[in-house]
Structure formats: C-alpha cells, structure tokens
Design a protein around this ligand. Structure first.
Ligand code: UD1
Ligand code: CA
Length: 456
C-alpha cells in the first residue's frame, strides 16, 4: 500500500471576498469551507494531513483543531511556495500526496479517491484534477499536446487569447509523487503576471523533464467550484444545500420544498420527520423521528426528541423532549429545557428555564429563569418577573401547581406543589403546598352608582 499524505492550502487572505473574515473561514451551510475540505479528506484515511496557514493562522488552527497538522506560510508568495512550507513535516517521505485548495468546499471524498487511484495506477509523477467548465474565467487552463498529453497549466492572467478559449480547467486539486513534488517545487519560478510561485507549474516542469504527468477529468464541474468571491460563495451554498437535503431525504426525512429549507452540514434528523417550507436547522442540531418542524421555524444548536412539533417558532441552544408542541410564534431562548408532552403555545417566550413533563404555557407568557415542575398549568398572560434592574432571580413552580391567568410571579419566589394562584395575582411571597394564593385588590361593587352619575 502506498502511503497517502494531504496538503490543504489555506494561507490566502481572499482579497476578492472583500471581507474582514479570512476566505477559507467563510461558512458554507454553516461550516467553514476549509473544514468541509478537511472533513472530506478524513474520509480518505490519509497518513498525514498538513494545512498551510498564513492569514488568520490562529483562527484557522482554532477552527480545525486536532483535525490537521499545520505549517505556517508567513508571506503569501503563491500556491507553490505554500506547499513548500510542508517540506519540513513530510518532505522526506515516500508516497502519494494530494494537494487541495481550502476554497473548494464541494470536493467529495469519492472524487479525491478516484484521483488518487488513477494517479497510482498510471504511475504518473503528477496528476491534475481537471473539469470542463461552461465558463472557465478565472481558472487555470489545461494545455494539452497534439496527442492529448497534458503539457502544462496556464493561469487566466498569463493565458493568450487562444489559451483562454480552452474550457478544461485546473480544479486546484492534484496528486504528486511526494518526493518528486518537493524536488520540483525548488525549480518553480515567479516570472508571471502575478509574480507568484504557481503550484501547477510543477506539472509543466515535470512534463518538460520527460516525467509522466496525467490529468483526471471529473464530470461534475460544480464539485470543483473555487470560491473566490461572494457570488461563487452563494453558488457553492446552493449546491451544498441541495446535497445535504438529498442526504436527509434518502434517509427518510420529508422535505416539502428543499429549495427553501436550510439544513446545516452537521445537523442530524430522524426518519419520518417532516420539514415544512421556510425551515432552518442550524449548527449542531439533532432532531428525532416523526417530528414536524415548520413552516417557518428556526432551530439552532438544539436537541429535539421524537414526535415533537415546532410551528413558526425560534428555538436556540435548547433541549426539547418528545411529543411536545411549540408555537406557533414561540421563542425558546438559550439554555431552556422542555420535557416530554410539554405545550408552549402562541406568543410565549421561554428563557433559561426548565419545564418538566406535561406542563403547559399555552398563551402570551414570559417564562425566564424559571424551574417549572410536572403537569403545571401556567395561565394566559403570566409573567415571571425575573429582573430587579440589577440581577436575575429564579421563579420555582412545583409540580401540579396551577397559575391563573395574568399573574405576575415576582422572583425569587416559589409556588409549592399543587398550590393555586388566583387569576390576576401579583405574587411576592412563597405559596405553600396545596394552598390558594390571591394577591389582588378585592372587588367592590357600588350599586346604583351609574344612575347617580347620570344626574337625572
Ligand atoms: C488556483 C490555481 C488555478 C485553479 C484554481 C482552482 C494557482 C496558481 N492557480 O487559482 O490554476 O484553476 O486555483 O480553484 O495555483 N494560497 C496559499 N498561499 C498562497 C496563495 C494561495 O495558501 O500564497 C491558498 C489560498 O488560501 C486558496 C488556495 O491557495 O485556498 C488557492 O489560491 P487562490 O488565490 O484562490 O488561487 P486561484 O487564483 O483561485
Ligand atoms: Ca481559488
């Protein structure tokens, strides 16, 4: 077995993005593009993975963590110079090295595998992954000889008008014999339009030295999209979005309209769950089986059990149990924990609160910093008054308690087990178990008062 190494180029600033964020950290379906590349490389079982970092090196390393080793390219002198930085780590090893750009997030493991297999079979010193582009503008062009043999790559800015008509492009992914790669990098010159050391020149140099160089043409151009600006970023997002939706549909998730449903690369969704239009499942969200999410719901970094409905609502960094219903128009803010068979109705906001099994907040309430037990009923318009202007305080409502409509529970306060709070109460003191608290002015009827006012 030939050893395989991978080098990912991620040192560029990404000037054409016109962004304060380094290019390779721009997310595609919620995941930085360089992380997509690295995750796909992981599927190859490479012996070593080296990422070349420069602009935003610390942030890139923080993002990828242990998934890669790193080599610093302090000055960005071109893609060949970038690869050279890996020499001290892997330069003296025997094997095949795949080089991938950090800005090609759509490249698949299968394609890289096929490229490596082709490279190893032909015994070439270099194999370039190419594709046929409808519009090759901006890409390097593959120049072939009369017999179809790959001669070299020419960059857009260095190409003659004749060469610019070539539609076979360099995707930015290559395989090299590792030793031949590092030997040849030393011979690359920067006498070109951009004054840079171009990695694809390695292919031309090897060819001129009579070494065998080859190309592997992939038939899916979209997979090789290089994201250089925000227009292509949106294009890549579209391709990735459809790819993710298809994966879930094949796994048994119904997506009513995949074109307006947005699922992060990391999300997990159980079978027979239905995603209604306008739904966004973001971050590290996990949704169980038989749920209905949407229409128009946003779930971010949250866990949801089975058979739960989230209708036209926002759920952020929270956990929701099974057979629970949320919405329409509810807002579940971070650190909330809703148990099984809980009901959160319309215009309810929940923040940093726990509601145990079977509890209900059906209409127009604010539940913040609260601990609500099992089978509690919180009447319409109830507010946990959690903030005194300086500090947040906890409201505790124990199991089987019943809070009448339009009550204010002024924290810190506890309503004990099975206690009742009369509608319209403002509760400032703890309510003992099984008692009824009434905290409101007593009603007074002034009989005949209206006639008196009429003065007749
Ligand atoms: C490159 C190829 C081009 C190919 C295209 C495919 C070269 C000279 N050109 O062009 O033939 O068609 O990719 O998408 O290689 N980088 C570094 N250090 C540097 C320069 C770049 O790490 O000094 C990294 C960038 O962060 C980026 C990648 O290399 O991830 C590619 O660089 P970029 O400037 O985007 O190259 P292209 O002009 O797209
Ligand atoms: Ca690029």
């Amino acid at each position: 077995m030939t050893n395989t190494y991978a080098i990912v180029l991620a040192a560029g600033q990404g000037t054409r993005m016109k962004s304060n964020l380094y290019k390779v950290l721009h997310p595609v379906c919620g995941k930085p593009m360089v992380e997509h590349v690295i995750d796909h490389i992981h599927g190859l079982g490479a012996n070593r993975i080296v990422t070349i970092v420069g602009h935003g090196a610390e942030l890139v390393e923080e993002t990828l963590g242990e998934k890669s080793e790193y080599a610093l390219q302090a000055q960005q002198l071109g893609t060949a110079h970038a690869v050279q930085q890996a020499e001290k780590l892997i330069g003296d090893l025997d094997g095949t090295t795949i080089v991938v750009c950090g800005d090609t997030p759509l490249i698949r493991s299968e394609t890289m595998e096929a490229l490596i297999a082709h490279h190893n079979e032909t015994g070439a010193k270099a194999t370039i992954l190419t594709a046929i582009a409808d519009d090759p503008t901006g890409y390097g062009r593959i120049i072939r000889g009369a017999d179809g043999q790959v001669l070299r790559n020419v960059e857009q800015k260095d190409a003659t008008s004749e060469e610019q008509k070539v539609t076979e492009i360099n995707t930015g992914t290559y395989c090299f014999d590792n030793r031949a790669l590092f030997d040849t990098l030393k011979k690359v010159k920067n006498d070109n339009a951009q004054g840079e050391y171009y990695l694809p020149d390695v292919v031309g140099i090897l060819q001129s030295e009579q070494a065998l160089v080859s190309a592997y043409v992939t038939d899916d151009f979209s997979e090789t999209l290089g994201v250089n600006d925000r227009v292509v970023l949106a294009e890549a997002e579209g391709v990735m979005r459809r790819r993710i939706a298809e994966k879930h549909m094949r796994n048994g998730v119904t997506i009513i309209n995949p074109d307006n449903t947005y699922i992060s690369a990391a999300a997990e969704i159980g079978r027979d769950t239905v995603l209604q239009p306008g739904t966004m499942i973001e971050g590290q969200s996990v949704i169980g089986e038989n749920c209905t999410i949407g229409p128009n719901s946003q779930i971010v970094d949250s866990q949801i059990g089975e058979g739960t409905t989230v209708h036209s609502s926002v759920v952020l960094s929270s956990t929701i149990g099974s057979a629970t219903t949320v919405g329409p128009f509810a807002h579940i803010r971070p650190d909330s924990n809703l148990g099984d068979r809980v009901k959160i109705g319309n215009f309810v906001e929940v923040k940093k609160s726990t509601l145990e099994e079977g509890s209900k907040v059906s209409h127009l309430s604010y539940i913040g910093d609260a601990k609500i037990g099992e089978r509690v009923n919180i009447g319409c318009g109830t507010i946990t008054v959690n903030y005194d202007g300086k500090h947040k305080h906890v409201t505790t409502v124990e199991s089987d308690a019943f809070i009448g409509c339009n009550s204010n529970l002024i924290a810190p306060v506890t309503v004990e087990k099975g206690a009742y709070v009369a509608a319209g109460s403002t509760i400032t003191e703890n309510v003992p178990e099984s008692s009824l608290a009434i905290g409101r002015a007593r009603q007074e009827n002034k009989e005949g008062y209206v006639q008196k006012l009429n003065l007749n």
